[in-house]
Structures are given as C-alpha cells and as structure tokens.
Design a protein around this ligand. Structure first.
Ligand code: 3PG
Length: 386
C-alpha cells in the first residue's frame, strides 16, 4: 500500500489541515490515556519544524451531529494535554467559518469535527469546506480510517495536495506484516466477549495464519457449540452454528482448562471444561492451557494479539490474559497487539512496552487485519495515482 508522505511536500508557509485521532478517554475534564496524543506528536512536530501553519482536526466520542458545541465532547481536555506535551499554547477554535490567520510555525485546533453537520454522511459541501481551509491535507488518523466521513475521506478528494502522516504509515507497515500470507510460524491469539463481532476477522485469520488460539466469550461459545457444559458463562446462543464450524478448523485451538466461579466476586477454581457446573461461569482460561502450547509460541515468527482471554479487569480472572501476554513477548516472533481492550490488557499484564508494535486503532485495526478496504486509505491511494 503506497501513499504520498510528509517527505513529498514542502510545508514552509503552507496552511496544513491535519486529521488526527485524538479520541482519548476523558474523566473529570482530563485525558486519562494520552497514547494517541503521544503517537501523533512526530507528525505535528514535523509540520511545525518545517514552518507550516498547522490546523488540527479530530473527533472525540460520538456527539450529536447538530452544529452545536456539546461541552462533554469538547476537545478542550485534549488541547490542555497537548499543550503540556508540546510545551506551547494552542488555540481551540469553535467556529469553522471563522478560522483566524495563523503564523508560520503556529498551531491551532478546531473543535470536535463530529459537531459539524454532514461529517458522518461524508457530505460533499462539508468535505469541500474542509479542503478549502488549507493548502495541504495530512491524514494521520489511522484509527478512524475505516470511517467514510468528511474529515477522513471526503476531504481528501477535494484537496489539491493530500498525504499520509507518519503514524498512519507506521501502522500500515507494522500491520501489513500480519496480513500477508503468513504461513510458516504465524500465530493469532484472539479473545473478547462476542464471536458475532469478530467472526469475519477470525475466519480470515484462520486462512492466513498457521494457528489461531481463541479465548474469552468467543471460546465459551465454541465450547458450548462443541457440546461442553459451560454453565452460566457468557455465550452467544445465536452463533452456535458458526462457532461449531470454527471449532472444526484444524488450525483453531480452543483451550479446555478454564477458571470458573459462581460469581465475579468469588475466587476462581481451575478445572477441565467437562466439569463446569450449571451454576458456574467460565471467567478465564487457565494459564496451563497456554503453557501446553509453548512450542507454538517458540516457533512463531509473527504473532497477532487481539482481546483479553477472560474477565481480566478482576485480578482473580486475569491469569490467562497475563500468561498469554508473557508468552507473546517472550517469543522471538514479531508481535503486534491492537483493537478494543487489548491495550489495557497488555498494560495490566505489564507487557505494553515489550510488544514489537502496539496499534493505536480499535475498529480500524480489526478491519485492516481482516483485509477490508478502508475508505480513507483508498482515497489517499487515489491521490497517488493522480
Ligand atoms: C476509535 O476509537 O476506534 C476511533 O476513534 C473511531 O471512533 P468511532 O468508532 O466512534 O468512529
């Protein structure tokens, strides 16, 4: 996948519209995880150091798209944190129709693009308005590249010059190592609650990777489909047919030693899934279940990790996730983690900085790995052709 990049343009005295994904968790008016902000800094610094006039746009959460500023979704906490990280003051502009003139090397941020009517429907009028703000458009919001919105996709078509930022390129380079035919030492470890939201991803990974190990609610549904007793465990009854088909694939491993309890407050007991009682739930995969596959982790050349193996937020049920995380980072294989809860799981397991690559994306990570076309990346590629 090839795009024009930051090094293909001169930024001196140019107005640059930079789309970032600054959709960070906020509590009590403060950003609680600034990973996406930190990972956006190289592109911001490149444009500022090259004397561009920088206008940043991003969404935050899912506000009503009604043209009105909704304080709970304001980018203000993000701006505060960015001011600290960049050690400069940044103006937050609320009116897209009244953007002040910007000095060379200066940076401003526009309020949440999802306040703007037409953003999510990729309205051509809004896309055109965004494109007209600047001389160059830079797309660096990989985590939102699966959205066909005005600020991620439409704007690219209307911009005379458009290119990818450093983070977007980095994400694609790392994730592409997993999406190529990986036969010969490739492993995917997939957890999470629902099989329905990840079925296409799992099936696509079964075709691409040598081994796929399942955990979490996904594994519970497969175990039930195979006829094991799962008691009160989290399962998706409506997905039993699909789960059974998946379980039959020769390269899919569904661990059988599990951690059960009568409720989340109780200590867990380790047992074979054959012995799960009616009033118990499976809350985790037992570490032993992974240890018996040590050889697969040792031989892995590439490892993809998505989703926790159990109820990892509770210490009594985090053992499976911690074990698998440790085995992934101990392997010599190139490890990539991303999507949904994976980052918090990796952080809880203390392996976040030991993984070879951690994606900033959730949904976009899963769609990219699955091999779907991401609208924003398609639009950027078209720019290269032109
Ligand atoms: C994300 O957090 O996955 C991205 O910021 C996209 O957000 P969205 O799912 O609200 O489009």
């Amino acid at each position: 996948m090839k795009f024009l990049g930051l090094n293909d343009f001169q930024f001196k005295d140019q107005r640059v519209l930079l789309r970032l994904d600054l959709n960070a968790p906020i509590k009590d008016g403060a950003v609680t995880n600034d990973e996406r902000l930190i990972r956006s800094l190289p592109t911001i610094n490149h444009i500022l150091n090259n004397e561009g006039k920088l206008i940043v746009i991003s969404h935050l959460g899912r506000p009503k798209e009604n043209g009105e500023l909704q304080p709970d979704f304001s980018l203000s906490p993000v701006v505060k944190r960015l001011e600290q990280l960049l050690n400069r003051s940044i103006n937050l502009i609320t009116d897209i129709n009244n953007i002040p003139s910007i000095q060379t090397g200066e940076m401003i941020i526009l309020e949440n693009v999802r306040f703007l009517e037409g953003e999510k429907s990729n309205d051509p009028e809004l896309s055109k308005k965004l494109a007209n703000i600047a001389d160059i458009f830079v797309m660096d919001a990989f985590a939102t590249s699966h959205r066909e919105h005005s600020s991620t996709t439409g704007v690219i078509g209307f911009s005379e010059k458009a290119c990818a930022g450093f983070l977007l390129e980095e994400e694609i380079n790392a994730l592409s190592k997993l999406t190529l035919k990986n036969k010969g030492g490739s492993l995917a470890v997939l957890g999470g609650a629902k099989i329905s939201t990840k079925l296409d991803l799992i099936n696509s990974l079964c075709d691409k990777m040598d081994t796929v190990i399942l955990g979490g609610g996904i594994a519970n549904t497969c175990l039930l489909a195979q006829g094991f007793p799962v008691g009160d465990s989290l399962v998706e009854e409506s997905m039993l047919k699909e789960a059974l088909e998946l379980s039959k694939k020769s390269n899919v491993i569904i661990p059988r030693i599990v951690v059960t309890a009568k409720n989340q407050q109780k200590e867990g007991s380790i047992k074979h899934v054959d012995h799960v009682e009616e009033d118990e739930s499976i809350f985790d995969i037992a570490p032993e279940s992974f240890k018996e596959h040590q050889d697969i982790f040792d031989a892995a050349k590439t490892i993809l990790w998505n989703g926790p193996m159990g109820l990892f937020e509770e210490s009594a049920f985090s053992g499976g996730t911690v074990q698998v995380a440790k085995m992934i980072v101990s392997s010599k294989g190139f490890s990539v983690a991303g999507g949904g809860d994976t980052i918090s799981a990796a952080s809880k397991a203390g392996v976040l900085d030991k993984l070879d690559y951690v994606s900033t994306a959730g949904g976009a990570f899963l769609e990219f790995i699955e091999g779907r076309k991401l609208p924003s990346l398609e639009a950027l590629q078209l720019k290269l052709v032109k």
